[in-house]
Design a protein around this ligand. Structure first.
Ligand SMILES: Cc1cc2nc3c(=O)[nH]c(=O)nc-3n(C[C@H](O)[C@H](O)[C@H](O)COP(=O)(O)OP(=O)(O)OC[C@H]3O[C@@H](n4cnc5c(N)ncnc54)[C@H](O)[C@@H]3O)c2cc1C
Length: 429
């Protein structure tokens, strides 16, 4: 009877596509319907803030590979607006209802908008999450604005700044914290990024908060007003304030979902409000919040490309089942970013780290591995143009090694732990 089972995947992006692919690989023979609120087939997001902005890649030429031969039914441009668990059906904005036996929730995240809706609606103000955002921003950049103001020096803000500089645009990057990437890498390592941005000609302004955006009579943004006085001319503004999880469509469904994500167990099974797994419903990717054996503080959610792929495959195995056969999802978090000619990679999680030590290379040369420790345990490693060391550190993190780790391969005379300098509270631009 397995042939008759119907699968629905909500979210037609990386986790959704890789999940559908894995459902087929695991033996799901019935129909699979892939629902996406964007009009596009699944495409790759990392190039959006890099090669698409710089004009090296066209936004319509970044489709994810592997879409052919899966025998999928597509419902693109159709948002899921509700989940009826007793009837086991997904409701679409079109009024259609899609019955399912197996459901994969992969609705990811969206860009956190500028907090003032009227200012966010000014023409020339952009966020950067999807292909249409990137195409619109790219068109604005191609018109050679006198300046681009980027609000938020996280990964996407820094990458957008690098892309703008690569096409010769003047860029101002502001953030309320003391360094770029402060909440992810800490200010000690963030200072290295600040130096690079400045050397590459970015007008980088730390500890600077934009209070309001000002428009002209035609509704075009023209300036940003700064907290504490000051004003910046800004014909183009990129709002890079992080992401919000797309869980609103699950309100009232009985599934445990909120701004922190869709709650799952270690097998990626979605939990109901009483904390019980819902039969035949799993979640994966940016939207999923789940317990990870390496992080004892409680459930985590990752916004990493590799995680979306691996967790979607795990969720598909759970859905085809039996779930208990393959154990809990425990993939090591890993992330990369490229900015200018710099390649940053990380393994593990820096959350709550109380120490950082350079184990290879040097901060001054901007080529190094920095290892993070928490309560005497190694929890993360970040490389700047030194990625070949990371697999060894990933193994040490997985093994729960002491901090600083003894690899026998350090090229430092002495490994000297430092305060990583994480800001007290996550601040937003
Ligand atoms: C600009 C940018 C650059 C990035 N660069 C990197 C990088 O360098 N390295 C890295 O590791 N990661 C990077 N990432 C993160 C990576 O792309 C994400 O982790 C990955 O896309 C997550 O995949 P996902 O399928 O879980 O979610 P998403 O890619 O967010 O996909 C979710 C999909 O579901 C759709 N959806 C939402 N709600 C509904 C609904 N109700 N009904 C139907 N469809 C819905 C969304 O529109 C979207 O298409 C980057 C992300 C962005 C935005």
């Amino acid at each position: 009877m397995a042939e008759a089972l119907r699968a629905v995947v909500v979210g037609a992006s990386l986790a959704g596509l890789r999940g559908a692919e894995a459902l087929r690989r695991e033996g799901h023979r019935g129909p699979i319907t892939l629902v996406g609120d964007e009009p596009h087939r699944p495409y790759d997001r990392p190039p959006l803030s890099k090669r698409v902005l710089s004009g090296e890649a066209r936004p319509e030429a970044i489709d994810l590979p592997g879409q052919a031969g899966l025998d999928l039914t597509w419902r693109l441009g159709a948002a899921a607006v509700g989940l009826d668990l007793p009837a086991r059906a997904v409701a679409l904005a079109t009024g259609e209802r899609l019955p399912f036996d197996r459901l994969l929730i992969a609705t990811g995240t969206r860009a956190r908008p500028w907090p003032n809706p009227a200012e966010a609606a000014l023409s020339g103000v952009f966020t950067l999450r999807n292909r249409d955002d990137a195409a619109a921003l790219r068109a604005a950049l191609a018109a050679k604005p006198a300046r681009v103001l980027i609000i938020g020096a996280g990964f996407i803000g820094c990458e957008a700044a690098a892309a703008c500089r690569s096409i010769g645009l003047s860029v101002t990057l502001v953030d309320p914290t003391p360094t770029p990437l402060a909440s992810v890498l800490g200010t000690r390592i963030g200072r290295v990024v600040a130096e690079m941005l400045r050397r590459e000609g970015v007008d980088y302004r730390p500890e600077t908060r934009v209070e309001a955006l000002e428009g002209d009579a035609a509704g075009r943004v023209r300036a940003a007003r700064l907290a504490g006085g000051g004003r910046l001319d800004a014909p183009v503004v990129v709002v890079a304030l992080g992401a919000l999880r797309n869980t609103e469509w699950l309100a009232g469904s009985g599934v445990a979902a909120d701004a922190g994500g869709v709650a799952c167990d270690g097998l990626c099974r979605v939990l109901d409000r009483a904390g019980r797994p819902v039969d035949g419903v799993a979640a994966a990717g940016d939207v999923a919040r789940f317990p990870h054996p390496l992080f004892p503080d409680g459930p985590v959610a990752f916004e990493h490309w590799g995680h979306a792929v691996e967790q979607a495959q795990h969720a598909a195995r759970t859905l085809v089942g039996p779930p208990e056969d393959h154990g809990a999802y425990a993939a090591m978090p890993a992330f990369w970013s490229s900015q200018f000619d710099l390649n940053i990679k990380s393994v593990g999680l820096t959350n709550g780290a109380d120490a950082v030590a350079v184990t290879q290379g040097s901060l001054a040369e901007r080529r190094f591995v920095a290892v993070y420790g928490r309560a005497g345990r190694t929890v993360a490693a970040v490389s700047f143009d030194s990625a070949r060391w990371l697999p060894a550190y990933a193994a040490r993190i997985a093994a729960g090694d002491a901090f600083p780790p003894i690899l026998g391969a350090t090229d430092q005379g002495r490994v000297a732990p430092m305060d990583p300098g994480f800001p007290q509270r996550p601040a937003r631009g």
